[in-house]
Design a protein around this ligand. Structure first.
Ligand code: ZN
Ligand code: ZN
Length: 352
């Protein structure tokens, strides 16, 4: 049996163990992908550092934001060894009502890599052929990797759920990885005025470098009033990327008539709606957006390949697979205004 190197989570709070494990054997309908880059994100910290999310088994190979090349197409009629691919963060069943409707992020049997099945911080990962998205030649593997989650998620929120139209006024609440990419995407999709809200000066400075029209410090006394003042009377589309009740309420109170608030951040809180005579009378909407679908990732790749979306500045650091734990600890410390960190398996990374 051939072996490979994988970064495995044995216990939350303990370092990831980089060890030799068997190369996975793709099941019928699956293909084997040689991982070239895998992004790390907050979900990995919840699983491996904070321990407030638990994998269904341990040890488990972490990593759900990968791009690579098909190593074994396993007789799939549409894929060949050597094809460049990106992968959605979860394996979907392909058979349930949501998968059949093209909403695979809502799959009844979804398995997130690194949480419900072995992930991509490894030389190889076995994945359903249907969750593979072609990665254009023009898109490097590291960019292809971070796009799968950190970029496809806000794309889905803005375009599918928020139905962003050209010229609309957009507000982004929370300018971390998701929010930063939401700003870039809103611009690429033709938004009008863009207002960024965050409590961190470094995040607001980054939003300004990206060319937003206004920034609002989230520590202001009346954030919604400030946002309305800087967006000609209110937002058409507010994107909430924090997951706290007070931020959701600010986003909703920042809306113009007919405005939509799209919630991407998750958490245990319960936000309140405004008084109904105001909310209903202004015909406003609150929508949730979860993950992304295949088509979203394909569109993001097309935007990058066409030169409409430059994600090169989003990669703050690269680590070989052997140093996967150091990469995770760097993310945990938020050292140096990190947007995204990628781990790069393969030759020269210390792997077999
Ligand atoms: Zn992620
Ligand atoms: Zn399904």
């Amino acid at each position: 049996m051939s072996t490979m190197t994988a970064a495995r989570l044995h216990r939350a709070g303990a370092p990831l163990v980089v060890e030799a494990v068997p190369v996975p054997v793709p099941a019928p309908g699956e293909v084997l992908v040689a991982v070239r880059a895998c992004g790390l994100c907050g979900t990995d910290l919840h699983l491996a550092v904070e321990g407030d999310l638990s994998p269904v088994y341990a040890p488990i190979t972490l990593g759900h934001e990968p791009a690579g090349v098909v190593a074994d197409a396993n007789d799939d009629p549409h894929l060949r060894a050597g094809d460049r691919v990106g992968l959605l963060p979860a394996a979907s069943c392909g058979a349930c009502r949501w998968c059949r409707a093209g909403r695979e992020a809502l799959c009844d049997a979804a398995e997130v890599y690194g949480m419900q099945r072995d992930g991509a911080l490894a030389d190889y990962v076995a994945v359903p052929a249907r969750s593979v998205v072609g990665l254009p030649e023009e898109v490097p593997f590291d960019v292809g990797a971070i796009a799968t989650d950190a970029v496809a998620t806000p794309f889905h929120a803005l375009r599918c759920r928020g139905e962003l139209r050209a010229g609309e006024r957009v507000g982004v609440f929370g300018c971390g990885g998701i929010g930063t990419h939401a700003i870039m995407l809103a611009r690429a999709l033709g938004a009008g005025r863009i207002v960024a809200v965050d409590a961190e000066p470094a995040a607001l400075a980054r939003a300004e470098r990206l060319g937003v029209d206004a920034v609002v410090d989230a520590r202001e006394e009346d954030v919604a009033r400030e946002v309305r003042a800087r967006s000609d009377g209110g937002l058409d589309l507010a994107l909430e990327c924090v997951g706290r009740p007070e931020t959701v309420e600010q986003a909703v109170r920042s809306l113009a008539k007919g405005g939509r608030a799209v919630l991407v951040g998750v958490g245990p809180g319960r936000p309140a709606l405004p008084a109904l005579h105001a909310f209903v009378g202004r015909e406003q909407s609150v929508l949730a957006s979860y993950g992304a679908h295949r088509g979203d990732l394909e569109e993001v790749y097309a935007l990058v390949a066409a030169g409409r979306l430059d994600l090169s500045t989003s990669i703050s650091a690269r680590y070989p697979l052997a140093d996967a734990d150091a990469a995770l600890q760097r993310l945990a410390r938020r050292e140096g205004d990190v947007v995204r960190i990628v781990v790069e398996p393969g030759p020269g990374s210390g792997s077999a």
